[in-house]
Design a protein around this ligand. Structure first.
Ligand code: ADP
Length: 673
């Protein structure tokens, strides 16, 4: 199944919840555990204190019974054995005591029947248990406490008294009564019930009372069926016997009982302590008292804490969900805005500013970076567009160039071949006609040579291997040479030539042949594209030049310099074509059917030549039919400097520039320098 990536918002939400939920639940568990152990600790302490208190109360109660028995034994009725009076005293005694006497038995030694018995059973322990009935073991002021034993009628072990739940602890106390003569007169036994406050409510930690006598017989137990049993019969026997051992060693502590009630399971918590009952002046018996309570009651309050914790956890979960939603929303919104921003960018040239309202620095910065990136993309795509257009144009120019060049090459070649054939086949009528054909062939060959030279020059320019050989030459001579070469064509076309008059030599540092080639190209273009009117050549030197008059695109060399202007009244050039004319192969009319010959290389070559000679060339026209002006600037060597650097040259003002260039090479500059 495909695993679809989730949205940022959903991811963030799930991650926050995945972290916060377990943390909250673990926190709840830990808090609950802590509360439980703290409650348990308190309960253990309370139950232990309660057991100690219960033991003390029982000891006090038994001591009080003992004291009362002593008092009874001293009364005259007992001394005299007056049954009537004894019974009255006992009834009165029963009413006055803070405990309940459920049975009184008074028996004279060796007597067949009881002297007094308020219940229909005998509670006096047997002779084995009561030492004074055994011969020779009579001691004064003996007092014995017994548990009612298994045979005693089962009675409720707890009772409600004045609305309070009280444990009922039943003892049998027995004491000998001696006459004035010191003779044993009676054995008095009483079944005494002491009451003890026990758990009265869920929050009470008094605990229910369990009393175990020194013979490990249970005297009091929340379950009446357990009363009178030996602890060895109970399921918790081992724990209880070790508890009793601890009590006998004088300790008070707590114990956890897991099978306290025979029928029910469940854990009970018990605090334990003990109290001592003097059974004779020499002997003490230790009774064990437990304050027991089910663990649920011991941990009363844990449920409330649990409920509070659950409510708190749910509240925190809800709060963390809301927080997660808020955080996820506030983080994802700016990201979604950025996504929309990038999705909406159809036209890079119409790019809007990236959204910046997130109040999150990183996201705002991301927006800025994306915007900057898109703008750069737009720039580079514009560059690419231009490069593509240039490449297309170059391709188109190449095709046009090939067409033009083949035409430019074929035409003179055909002329040459045709002339040669006419002469070879002896088709001429006269020697003069033959010479005319030969002259035409010669002219065509020269034209062919110039076309090939142009192609070679542009190839060198593009390869960066074009060299110039700079020497100081007189501009007047070069101009004269060029004009001499063009005079015939001027005359043929009937154009008016306006040329400058020079009084002084104008020395310029140029490559003689290259500079001449530039002037020739400019003049032949002027002538080629001018059908009627004039071609005006003017030369101005630095001092007389108004700089504002020069075309702005012209790179002026450091002064002094010379400006040569060739202005024709020809077909002119549309302004939109002007900027590209210096690119190789460009002709205003790209069609090879154009009426003018040419390869479109002349101006490109001229510009490269001029720049290698620290000068420049520019072309201007006011539009079609409005004539064209070509401006050439070139550094000038003023007379003093020229005579210092080349005194021979300056002395020979009348010599041709061609010769000077050949004789005295001054410096060479490469196109790639
Ligand atoms: P070519 O003359 O061989 O075509 P150039 O590089 O010398 O190549 O000229 C490039 C183009 O510039 C010409 O084809 C022409 O369209 C335009 N051009 C140059 N000089 C003139 C001029 N004097 N008058 C009108 N157009 C000109």
């Amino acid at each position: 199944m495909a695993n679809h990536p989730r949205s940022f918002r959903r991811n963030l939400l799930l991650k926050i919840l995945a972290f916060s939920v377990p943390i909250l639940l673990i926190g709840q568990g830990v808090a609950l555990r802590k509360a439980r152990s703290s409650l348990l600790k308190t309960s253990r302490q309370n139950l232990t204190s309660s057991a100690i208190r219960k033991a003390e109360e029982l000891q006090t109660g038994i001591r009080s019974v003992e004291a009362n028995l002593d008092l009874l034994a001293q009364t005259a009725a007992f001394q005299a054995g007056d049954e009537q009076a004894i019974e009255e005293i006992l009834v009165e005694f029963d009413q006055d005591t803070p405990y309940v006497i459920s049975c009184v038995e008074l028996r004279a030694p060796q007597a067949e029947a009881d002297t007094v018995n308020t219940c229909d059973r005998s509670i006096i322990p047997n002779a084995k248990q009561v030492p004074w009935l055994q011969s020779g073991s009579v001691e004064s002021s003996d007092f014995y406490v017994f548990s009612p034993g298994q045979d005693a009628p089962t009675a409720a072990t707890s009772t409600a008294l004045n609305g309070e739940d009280r444990a009922l602890i039943k003892f049998i106390v027995a004491s000998p009564i001696y006459g004035d003569d010191g003779e044993l007169r009676y054995t008095l036994a009483m079944e005494v019930c002491l009451f003890q406050l026990q758990d009265i409510g869920a929050q009470s930690l008094v605990g229910e009372t369990v009393v175990i006598d020194p013979n490990n017989i249970i005297v009091t137990h929340p379950d009446p069926n357990q009363v009178g049993k030996n602890i060895s019969e109970l399921r918790d026997a081992r724990k209880l016997s070790s508890t009793i051992g601890s009590v006998r060693a004088g300790n008070s502590d707590f114990v956890h009982l897991f099978r306290f009630l025979p029928q029910e399971g469940g854990e009970w918590l018990a605090g334990y302590s003990g109290f001592k009952v003097p059974v004779s002046p020499k002997q003490n018996n230790v009774w064990t008292v437990l304050a027991v309570t089910p663990i649920d009651r011991a941990l009363y309050g844990l449920n409330e804490i649990r409920q509070v914790l659950v409510v708190l956890t749910i509240g925190l979960l809800a709060a963390s969900t809301l927080l997660a939603l808020y955080v996820a929303r506030s983080l994802s919104l700016p990201i979604e805005r950025l996504i929309r921003y990038t999705q909406d960018v159809d036209d890079l040239s119409q790019l809007k500013p990236a959204p910046h309202s997130s109040q999150i620095w990183e996201l705002d910065y991301l927006g800025t970076v994306i915007e900057r990136m898109l703008r750069r993309l737009e720039e580079s795509s514009a560059e690419l567009r231009h490069a593509w257009q240039d490449a297309q144009m170059a391709n188109q120019l190449k095709n046009e160039f090939l067409a033009n060049t083949s035409h430019e090459l074929r035409t003179p070649l055909n002329g040459i071949i045709g002339s040669i054939h006419v002469i070879r086949d002896d088709l001429c009528d006269s020697r003069a006609e033959e010479l005319e054909f030969l002259q035409q062939a010669d002219k065509a060959a020269f034209h062919l040579l110039s076309v090939i030279e142009d192609i070679l020059s542009i190839a060198k320019i593009e390869a960066g291997t074009l060299d110039v050989n700079i020497t100081p030459v007189d501009l007047r001579h070069i101009l004269q040479d060029v004009l001499d070469m063009q005079t015939l064509q001027f005359q043929k076309k009937g154009l008016q030539l306006i040329r400058p008059e020079f009084s002084e030599p104008i020395i310029i540092p140029v490559d003689h042949s290259r500079f001449k080639q530039v002037l020739l190209n400019v003049l032949s273009n002027a002538m080629k594209f001018t059908e009627e009117g004039s071609i005006a050549i003017s030369v101005t030197t630095d001092e007389s030049i108004d700089k504002g008059d020069s075309p702005p695109e012209l790179f002026l060399p450091p002064p002094p310099w010379v400006k040569i202007t060739v202005k024709d009244s020809g077909i002119g050039i549309e302004p939109q074509h002007l900027s590209k004319l210096f690119k190789p192969f460009v002709m205003v009319d790209g069609s090879h059917t154009r009426p003018y010959e040419g390869t479109g290389l002349g101006l490109a070559i001229s510009q490269n030549f001029m720049r290698l000679m620290q000068g420049d060339i520019a072309i201007r026209s006011d539009g079609a039919g409005k004539g064209t002006t070509v401006t050439i600037v070139v550094p000038q060597i003023v007379k003093e400097a020229a005579s210092q650097s080349n005194p021979t040259q300056m002395a020979d003002d009348g010599q041709s520039g061609e010769r000077q260039a050949t004789d005295e090479p001054a410096s060479a500059v490469s196109a790639d320098s």
